[in-house]
Design a protein around this ligand. Structure first.
Ligand code: HPA
Ligand code: ZN
Length: 300
């Protein structure tokens, strides 16, 4: 218990967190009500929602996650979502949060890119002033919408470049190898964005190689399946490319067989740079347990 208290009191950095994945059922219902969308939800109270959060795999989770996104329509909704997360994170000792968001999950429903990015970044600025929690934004391309859609989103993002630090790649992994996004990553780098990508979560170690070699990322999100490729482990160790590992997410999405603690020990004994992160805590639980790790060197 005293160890837990000590860890809780340490300052922490959150480097892998989807802001849409922090939408707690209570806030989802509140926002759905004010936007007249309550009937669109497949549940009508928070307990029923939590009971529906049992996932077989990544796709099963994504289906529910994108459904939750649908209630977010206005800049104020994104502001409220982000403010709620930052308040919770500040209480748990997070002093630096790199916040991912999925613009395409919103723009494809007709929400303006500007409403999304301004709502999130306004909340981050407010929290920097009032709560002492700082951070930056990472804009993710959704892999399963393809490379052309990613290029279009990058165009839409350019007027807001000053608000966004990095680009990333998320959503379904199987069948969507990173190499397809080589051109859009090269352009993002040219525009001054830092580069990260989800790889090796459900997909094979080759996806991690491609993220490193083709996309030229400086950090891998998840990356847990590197353990299946010894050459890759050596490469990640030698280059010290960090992996933002999300153990509770991996467990809830059943991305691998076997024991979680064993996987983490393996990563550490290989001398890889790993950080522990929450991913989508409203869906997987584990805000404070997962974020209970020492401050890592900040990425941004
Ligand atoms: N993997 C891929 N896409 C995601 C995730 C994830 O864990 N969470 C939200 N989008
Ligand atoms: Zn993620």
């Amino acid at each position: 218990r005293s160890l837990l208290n000590l860890v809780r009191s340490l300052p922490k950095a959150e480097l892998h967190l989807h802001i849409e994945g922090t939408l707690e059922p209570e806030l989802m219902i509140e926002i759905a009500k004010r936007n007249g969308l309550l009937d669109s939800l497949s549940f009508h109270d928070a307990n029923a929602a939590r009971q529906a959060y049992l996932f077989k795999n990544l796709q099963g989770f994504l289906n529910i996650y994108y459904q939750g996104c649908n209630v977010l329509q206005h800049e104020q909704d994104f502001f409220d979502l982000t403010s709620a997360y930052l308040e919770r994170a500040a209480v748990e000792g997070v002093i630096w949060a790199e916040i991912m968001f999925d613009p395409q999950a919103h723009t494809q429903r007709g929400v303006a890119f500007e409403a999304v990015v301004k709502g999130i970044s306004r909340a981050l600025t407010a929290a920097s002033n009032s709560l002492g929690i700082h951070g930056c934004l990472i804009m993710n391309f959704m892999r399963d919408l393809g490379a052309d859609a990613a290029q279009k989103m990058l165009d839409e993002a350019l007027p807001f470049k000053h608000l966004i630090t990095a680009v990333g790649l998320d959503s379904a992994e199987i069948g969507w190898p990173p190499s397809q996004f080589k051109a859009v990553y090269a352009r993002a780098a040219h525009e001054g964005f830092k580069l990260v990508a989800h790889a090796g979560e459900e997909g094979p170690p080759d996806n991690i190689w491609a993220a490193v070699k083709d996309l030229r990322v400086s950090r891998i999100d998840h990356g847990i399946r590197c353990l299946e490729d010894e050459k890759l482990i050596h490469h990640l160790r030698d280059t010290q490319i960090p992996l933002t590992v999300c153990p509770i997410s991996n467990e809830k999405l059943k991305v691998y067989e076997g024991q979680l603690s064993q996987k983490l020990r393996q990563l550490l004994t290989c001398n890889l740079v790993i950080t522990l992160n929450a991913d989508d805590p409203a869906y997987f639980g584990g805000y404070e347990n997962v974020m209970a790790h020492p401050l890592q060197q900040s990425y941004c």
